[in-house]
Structure formats: structure tokens, C-alpha cells
Design a protein around this ligand. Sequence first.
Ligand SMILES: *Cc1c(COP(=O)(O)O)cnc(C)c1O
Length: 373
Amino acid sequence: MKVSNQNNQTVPFTTLAPLYERHNEEYDQAALRVLRSGWYIMGPELEAFEKEFATYTNSSCCIGVNSGLDALTLSLRALGIGQGDEVIVQANTYIATVLAITENGAKPVFVEPDEFYGINVDLVEGAITRNTKAIMAVHLYGQSCDMDPLTAISKQHGIPVIEDCAQSHGATYKGKMTGTFGMCGCFSFYPTKNLGAFGDAGALITNDTDLADKLKTLRNYGSKIKYRNEITGVNSRLDELQAALLRVRLKHLDEILAERENIAQAYLKGINNPRICLPQIRGDASHTWHQFVVQCENRNALQAWLQERGIQTQIHYPIPPHLSEAYARLKYTKGAFPITEHLADTVLSLPLYFGMAPEDIQYVIDTINEFRP
Ligand SMILES: *Cc1c(COP(=O)(O)O)cnc(C)c1O
């Protein structure tokens, strides 16, 4: 069988090299500036990135940390959430969202997603108990959750919303940036994210200056003044090298998102195989296409069909957190969250990356349209 596109090459699921290559001189200069400065942790690059990312997201404070998981974990810790507390979270998310809850000793209370893969807001009130201390909204795949009704529930019950923005950099809901609706927004800059660093990095944004102050203390051993430790904190800092490189990437984020949008539009227009369900787009939000996720009842056959023809795909995510080995102690069995579990069996993420060649995009479309299980 001919396993190729016109160039006789595999279409990878993703590749990061073009992101560097398109602006390599700017990245080189930023890295050299840090290497030559002799200052590598908590310096002017971090301060500048925090300012620039706060401006980009239209929020008043940004706090750089070591990863997206740390951003999520510290957000709950800063709000004093721990043992005996419950946190409502959608069942279909990356396990990091749930780890942030259990890491603090709190209990995840899962709810099913809506048709846009975000938390189903209609199910949230039914999950609230007297122990509920936070609601986590995951803007999965780059599209915002339904924030207006969620914010209304949050206000009515006095329960803060924490936004997992690890996949939604630059994504908006009714024109407002994700991460600015709740108490805080938690970002990951893991290299494959739409705003990616060259290593691990993360950040929180918030308009609450007291919370920002607490987070800044927490991330640096619980101290603002060296060797004066007010609280028991952690070591979770965004280093100068990553901050300097992220400043360059942030400058080009809109260009990156525009290119992803073009590829997504080509898929939406071109894919017409009735066996494939295309992603649904909210009318009131932008989609930044961290993942382009289709659904197919013969998902495994589709994935194999594409693989045989040189097209790599991924599944986000094949095992929902409530069924993962790591959470066996929560004692969930199959059937607990049927919508989420059905998604785990039917979703497939297509290749979509900055610098993807037009002929590769067309090859993916044609190969999917030819699919017969
Ligand atoms: C990537 C991701 C995280 C974790 O980010 P890291 O920087 O890898 O720790 C958390 N939540 C979601 C939804 C993610 O996609």
C-alpha cells in the first residue's frame, strides 16, 4: 500500500521546530541575553513576562510558576482548600486538573461535559454540597466553557471558579479572555501548548491582588523577604530563560493562533465523511484549536486507517481520570460518567501545527474522507 502524501512523507501529529525556525533570531537573542546577564531566577525577564501576559489577557496580575499543574495546585492552596473540601470538576479533562485537587487533600466531584467538551453548567448546581469550595472549568481543546451561567452560579453560592486555561491561551468568551472570569486562570506553557516554552513553565492570572500576593509568596518557599518564611510554600518559579523565550513567543501568539485557525477552517470545510463528527463551535466564543478533536464510532479503525497512510493522530484522552489506575481508591466503575467514557472511546485529535504544509492538510482531509471502516 502507498503510505504517503505527495512528498512521500509522514504527517506527524505535531512538530515544534517551525515555531522556533520562523523567528529563530529573536529566540537566540533572548536566550543569549539571559545567559550573559548572570541572573537566572526571579529577575527582570520574569517581571517583564508577567506584565506582558497580564496585559495580553487583560488581567491585573500574573504570577509565573513552574508548570500548569503547579498553577492549578497553588490556586487551590492559596484559597485554603484542602482536607474535607470538595471541588467540582468536569470528568473529561487531563488528569493534571484532578491531581491539583487531590494533591491538596480535597475530593474531586466530577460532572459530565456539554457538547462543546466544557463543563456542563446545568449539572453544577446539583453537585454542590456544603463542602464544595471551588468549581474548576477546563477550557478543553482551546474553547471556553459557558462562563456566564457558571459565573452566576458561583456568585449565587459564593463558591469561586478556577479556570484551567492550559489549553486556551488567547481564547475568548463574549470577547473576554479565558482566565479572567473566575477567581484566577491557570496556564501551562508546556512546549506543545499554543503558548509554549522551551521546557516546563506555567502561570496564574487574577484581578485579586491579595490572592496574587499569596501566590507570589507560596511559589517562593513561602517567603517574600529572603529567609523570612510567613507560610509553608514550595519551589515553583518560572526561570529567566523560559520567561525571556516566552516573551518572544507571546509576541507571535496571535500569528500562531491565526495559522491554527486557518488549518481548522480547512478541516471544517473539507472533511465531509458522514462517519466523522466535527467539533462543535460555540457561537459566543473563539476557538483557539489547541486540539482539533473529531468523533467517530469506529475511532480505533479510523486511527489505524490514518496511521497506515502515514498520518499520526492522538487521543485526548483515552482513560478518563475517574477510571485511571491512579484513582482506583475513589472506587468508580465503568458507567459512572457515560458521556465522558463514550468520548474516551470515540474522540480523535488530528494533526494541527504551526508550519503545517497545505498539501499535508489536504492529504489529511482526503484520507479521512476516503475512510471506510
Ligand atoms: C497541560 C495541561 C495541564 C498541565 O500543565 P503542565 O504544564 O504540563 O503541568 C493541566 N490541565 C490541562 C487541561 C492541560 O492540558
